[in-house]
Design a protein around this ligand. Structure first.
Ligand code: ATP
Ligand code: MG
Length: 200
């Protein structure tokens, strides 16, 4: 498979829809040269959200570890030192968050798309992520504030964390026939070996 065929799942979460950021978010990925291949606008069920986050058996542990580290980096005390316990709380609050309104699920394609999309999106916690990323520019939430209020961190977007995660997530959210195989005219400029046909 050519690297340009890599795909990822992006979801604009309910807060992203409510903040009227659909156009802005799509523009960030589109202007990077990535290609939109599928969309779906609906309110997911709690079962679907749980399935999505538990696709990766290590997710509970990872999300817990990342949260605990987030506190420690700021010199703050995490609510628990047990990553699995933290992870289980996060799944519960995520179910409430992601089912609170419509979401826009999308498949995007392009070279290194998983990595590039995570870079454009920014880190999990808006408070500590870089300016210039979507989460850094448009939202101000933190582990401390979310956990204090017993809710999920509102960070506008979900984006797959690895190629394997992307393939599993895309299969959960889309049927193969819902994903478009097509060529964008600009791909010639982005990927073709020879820039033929520009000069008249
Ligand atoms: P996503 O998977 O949504 O793209 P991510 O990969 O940056 O985000 P994960 O570690 O997979 O982050 O966590 C999934 C989501 O769970 C986060 O985007 C955030 O909304 C929420 N979340 C993570 N940790 C916490 C926490 N400690 N408290 C509240 N919500 C959390
Ligand atoms: Mg993730």
């Amino acid at each position: 498979m050519h690297p340009k065929k890599e795909r990822t799942l992006i979801i604009i979460k309910p807060d992203g829809i409510q903040r009227s950021l659909i156009g802005e978010i799509i523009q960030r990925y589109e202007r990077a040269g990535l290609k939109l291949c599928a969309t779906k606008f609906f309110v997911p069920t709690a079962e679907h959200v749980e399935k999505h986050y538990l696709l990766d058996p290590n997710w509970l542990q990872n999300v817990g570890e990342k949260s605990i580290e987030g506190y420690k980096k700021k010199g703050e005390v995490p609510p628990s030192e047990d990553p699995i316990e933290v992870g289980k709380t996060v799944v519960e609050v995520l179910k409430k968050y992601i089912t609170s309104g419509p979401v826009l699920a999308m498949v995007w394609e392009g070279a290194h798309v998983v990595e590039i999309v995570r870079k454009i999106t920014g880190g999990t916690e808006p408070r500590s992520t870089d300016v210039g990323t979507i989460r850094g520019d448009f939202v101000i939430d933190s582990y401390k504030m979310a956990d204090g209020d017993k809710r999920a961190i509102r960070n506008l977007i979900h984006a797959s964390g690895s190629v394997e995660e992307a393939n599993n997530e895309i299969a959960l959210w889309f049927k193969p026939e819902e994903i478009m195989d097509y060529r964008l005219v600009q791909e010639q400029i982005i990927y073709d070996v020879n820039l033929d046909g520009i000069l008249e």
